[in-house]
Design a protein around this ligand. Sequence first.
Ligand SMILES: [Zn+2]
Length: 165
Amino acid sequence: MNLPICELCAKSNTLCSGCDEKVKKGKLSKLEVKLSRLLYKLKNKYNLEHADLTKVIDLDRVVIILTKKDVGLLIGKEGKVVSEISQELGKKVRIAEISGDIKKTLSDVVAPAKILGINKLYKKDGSIYKVRFSKREITQLPVDINTLEKALKYLLDSDVMIVFE
Ligand SMILES: [Zn+2]
């Protein structure tokens, strides 16, 4: 099982200094810690030995779990795994694949809104992703623009600017 926290932390209720450091640096969220522990607990019940949890994006009403492996593993037979997670969180949960293809990953996150294009702009002090939508897609966004921008920033570990054209 591949989790963003170490096995020791997945098993216990405290964080080791390594994992705690990641939380403090903003590389690991409390929600990711919580979900890692939950998946670890469900490991034997649902055969999650080969499951992967890479990142979790919180869009208020819906939580998106991003995995590098087959999404089916975290959905489970007849959706049993995803519905147990959803019950635990009291929120809707979606499982999406995270891949090297940023546009595909982001498209999954912002669905049902459709992305027009993504541009990576380089600045003196780093880079910024410009995620472009058509104006008429505003109502299709899964969450308000501010929350979405923050979520994408966390996902890409880079500055993100959402623009409507
Ligand atoms: Zn740890």
